[in-house]
Design a protein around this ligand. Structure first.
Ligand SMILES: Cc1cc2nc3c(=O)[nH]c(=O)nc-3n(C[C@H](O)[C@H](O)[C@H](O)COP(=O)(O)O)c2cc1C
Length: 471
């Protein structure tokens, strides 16, 4: 498939699957030959609260919830192929989320097919099928608000006429494609798929239609994918369960032995620090009826990716990967890029804040630091005179995080923070006196520092910390 705007014609896609469609599974599906990979459905309210974080250690982009959970992790490799599926019943919020992820994904999709209560109770998923006005409002908002393609995934309605009316209305919103799961809302996955409905939809609209629902009885091997295409009259097919059980269904030579597929999956899970419970869940889906085998029991008993690796004899891979990630972490912490210094050595924002607090007869500033799990970076909050200040940025070390909090506090209070070139505040006189006592004036040393571009702890504090204060 050519690079550029994602095409939905003549593709084979990994379907959106809650818990299954996380990064390791998506990368595995791409390896085996899927053209497009959908992420699991992510609910707009939760996503809207997330912060976009570039994870330099894992080399991923993470969307992190306020409780530090990574809601969505993606990477460069899938950027042109990944479709972000959201659960939404609110056009404004849908747009907020689409814009949040727009630069990191190839398309956004709205789930209109999920009959599960967690989705329908908020008017999302399959509940949208009975509210075409809302469908239209959401899709129009997205199409006009983002630069990447917008798609949706529906189930078929009780009559063919209703189904065709709906898709024709959907088509007019300007979306790029529609995925059709050929089952009614009330039907379970074991029911036969209505290929005739999908075929009629494909004939009624001119946008690409992606046929879905064939995993159980129609698509078991790669060769069956074309049969499903023929049966539904579509050029594109989307697979959920067949891929969840054995992702090599996407490979022309597939399916490969599931043991091999599980190993490849686990390697991605280790490499991208996938949550162990998610890794276990996906492996158990692949194990299927072997989930009570000795291997299955070992997987189920495991609590960490390290323990899961042991079950598959991948301890050495796990160890090497951890070493590589640690080496990257260390390199980042020691700062391999020389940064132009903003602060002279010895004089730090923390020091300025301390001296100012003393002058104001306030208690010594108190720093509290937290570390988040996904990239082990730090954020500090400093309490000064009963008020709390913290930078919204996460830092590579506790020391930087404290300095960042001190900068925010000094800037909010309008106090000089000790940057080179800043007007002398009269603070940190003690240091100046010490400088003279050592036979060098502060001015002389400061001149030397100006030209130096060396590694120095305080030099790495970003100049534009955004202030966040709370009483
Ligand atoms: C574990 C699992 C999770 C699913 N989660 C989603 C989801 O997040 N969004 C969605 O639109 N459909 C979801 N589905 C439905 C599938 O995308 C697909 O429509 C359905 O399984 C029929 O396709 P298949 O016959 O290829 O399995 C899920 C299905 C499974 C098995």
């Amino acid at each position: 498939m050519a690079a550029g705007r994602l095409s939905f014609t003549n593709i084979t896609a990994l379907a959106p699957m809650v818990r299954v469609g996380t990064l390791p599974m998506r990368l595995l599906a791409l390896d085996y030959g899927a053209d497009v990979v959908y992420c699991e459905e992510l609910i707009d309210i939760k996503m809207a609260q997330c912060q976009r974080v570039e994870n330099d250690v894992l080399q991923t982009v993470d969307f992190v919830a306020p409780d530090d959970r990574v809601m969505f992790r993606t990477c460069e490799r899938e950027k042109d192929r990944v479709v972000f599926q959201m659960g939404t019943a609110d056009p404004e919020r849908a747009l907020t989320v689409a814009r949040l992820v727009e630069k990191d994904v190839a398309a956004v999709d709205v789930n209109m097919g999920c009959p599960k209560e967690y989705s329908t109770k908020g008017g999302m998923g399959a509940a949208l099928l009975s509210d075409p006005d809302m469908i239209e409002a959401i899709l129009r908002k997205l199409v006009s608000g983002v630069s990447i393609p917008v798609t949706c995934k529906i189930r078929v309605l009780p009559s063919l006429e209703e189904t065709l009316n709906l898709v024709q209305r959907i088509e007019k919103t300007g979306i790029a494609a529609v995925a059709v799961h050929g089952r009614f809302k009330e039907e379970r996955p074991r029911h036969p798929v209505h290929c005739d409905y999908i075929r009629a939809v494909a004939q009624a609209v001119s946008i690409p239609v992606i046929a879905n629902g064939g995993s159980l009885d129609l698509v078991k091997t790669n060769g069956d994918i074309d049969e499903f295409r023929k049966a539904t009259g579509t050029s594109s097919v989307m697979l959920a369960r067949a891929a969840m059980w054995n992702a090599s269904v996407f490979a022309c030579e597939g399916p490969l032995p599931v043991e091999r597929v599980m190993e490849e999956y686990l390697k991605y899970a280790i490499r991208y620090d996938n949550h162990a419970f998610n890794t276990k869940y996906c492996l158990c889906q692949m194990l299927r009826d072997k989930v009570e085998s000795p291997l299955g029991k070992q997987v189920q008993a495991a609590q960490t990716n390290a323990e899961i690796s042991e079950a598959y004899g991948l301890q050495e891979f796990y160890r090497q990967t951890q070493n590589q990630l640690q080496a990257r972490r260390d390199a980042l912490q020691s700062g391999s890029q020389p940064v132009r210094r903003e602060y002279p050595p010895q004089i730090t924002p923390k020091m300025f804040l301390l001296e100012w607090s003393r002058r104001e007869k306030l208690e010594q500033p108190q720093y509290e630091t937290v570390q988040r799990s996904q990239d082990r970076s730090f954020q500090s909050t400093v309490t000064v005179g009963d008020k709390k200040y913290r930078s919204s940025l996460w830092e590579k070390s506790k020391k930087f995080a404290e300095q960042a909090a001190a900068i925010v506090c000094l800037r909010v209070l309008g106090i000089p923070e000790g940057r080179i070139g800043e007007e002398d505040s009269g603070l940190v006189c003690k240091r100046k006196r010490e400088g003279k006592a050592n036979g060098t004036t502060e001015e002389e040393r400061s001149k030397k520092r100006h030209v130096a571009e060396i590694q120095q702890e305080t030099s790495k504090i970003p100049a534009t910390q955004s202030a966040q204060t709370s009483s």
